[in-house]
Design a binder for this molecule. Structure first.
Ligand SMILES: *[C@@H]1O[C@H](CO)[C@@H](O)[C@H](O)[C@H]1NC(C)=O
Ligand SMILES: *[C@@H]1O[C@H](CO)[C@@H](O)[C@H](O)[C@H]1NC(C)=O
Length: 207
C-alpha cells in the first residue's frame, strides 16, 4: 500500500515535470531548422484568401546535436515586435509555456528528416498584424527541442503583413440582399396561401 502511494506520488511528480510544470525557455533552444515562408502575393496577404507556403528542413551543417529526438513539428504564426508593442497579450516570454508570441497554430505534423513543405490558407480569424513563421521541433514528450523561423533573430527581415477580412464582399452582399428579398417574398406567399386555404375552409364550412 505504501509502495503504491509512493509510486503514485512519484508518477504524478514525474508527469508534472514532463508535461505541465516543465517550461522550456526559448533562449535555451538551438536554431536547428531552416525555415522559409513565401506567397505568390508577396508580403501583404489577406486572411481567409491568400496562401502561405512554409518550408522546413534540419540544418545539415549544424555542428551540435541531431534531429534523432524529433517526433513532431509544429508550425506557428507569430507576432512581429511591431505588432506586440503596447499589447501585453502578445508579449514574448522566454518560458515557452507563458510565451504569447506565437498564438496562431498553423499545423502540427510528424517530423520527417527530409525537406518538407506545407501550404496554408490563412485562416479567417487571423487579426490584422505583422507576422513571421516559427517552427518548433518537439520530442516524444511534446517538449520543444529545436526551432527555426523565417526571419532573423531580431525579427526584422521577411515579415508578413496580414490583413483581416474587413467588411464583406460585394458579391456576398448582393447574395444576402437577394436572399432576404426571397425570404420576405416566400413568407408573403406562405401567408397568402394560408389565408386563402382558411377562406376556402370557411366557405366550405358555410355551405
Ligand atoms: C546552419 O548552421 C550553421 C552552423 O551553425 C550556420 O552557420 C548556418 O547559418 C545555418 N544555416 C542556415 C540557413 O540557417
Ligand atoms: C534539402 O534541400 C537542400 C537545398 O535544396 C539540400 O541541400 C539538402 O540536401 C536537402 N536535404 C534533404 C534531407 O533532402
Amino acid at each position: 500500500m505504501e509502495f503504491c502511494g509512493g509510486f503514485l506520488v512519484g508518477y504524478l511528480l514525474f508527469s508534472c515535470f514532463a508535461i505541465t510544470c516543465y517550461g522550456v525557455t526559448f533562449s535555451s533552444l538551438q536554431r536547428t531548422l531552416i525555415v522559409s515562408a513565401s506567397s505568390p502575393k508577396g508580403h501583404v496577404l489577406k486572411a481567409g484568401e491568400d496562401q502561405l507556403t512554409i518550408k522546413w528542413a534540419f540544418n545539415q551543417t549544424f555542428p551540435f546535436g541531431t534531429d534523432s529526438t524529433y517526433k513532431t513539428i509544429k508550425l506557428n504564426l507569430c507576432y512581429a515586435p511591431i505588432s506586440q508593442k503596447d499589447r501585453s497579450w502578445r508579449k514574448s516570454v522566454d518560458d515557452l509555456n507563458k510565451d504569447k508570441t506565437c498564438q496562431h497554430k498553423i499545423v502540427a505534423k510528424p517530423y520527417t528528416p527530409s525537406n518538407n513543405s506545407f501550404t496554408w490558407t490563412i485562416e479567417t480569424d487571423v487579426p490584422t498584424a505583422t507576422y513571421f513563421v516559427r517552427v518548433y521541433a518537439l520530442d516524444e514528450r511534446e517538449i520543444q527541442v529545436g526551432y527555426g523561423q523565417n526571419t532573423d533573430a531580431t525579427k526584422v527581415v521577411d515579415l508578413f503583413e496580414i490583413r483581416a477580412i474587413s467588411g464583406r464582399h460585394v458579391s456576398l452582399d448582393i447574395a444576402s440582399v437577394c436572399f432576404s428579398v426571397f425570404s420576405v417574398v416566400s413568407l408573403a406567399v406562405f401567408f397568402y396561401l394560408e389565408k386563402r386555404k382558411g377562406n376556402v375552409t370557411d366557405e366550405n364550412g358555410k355551405s
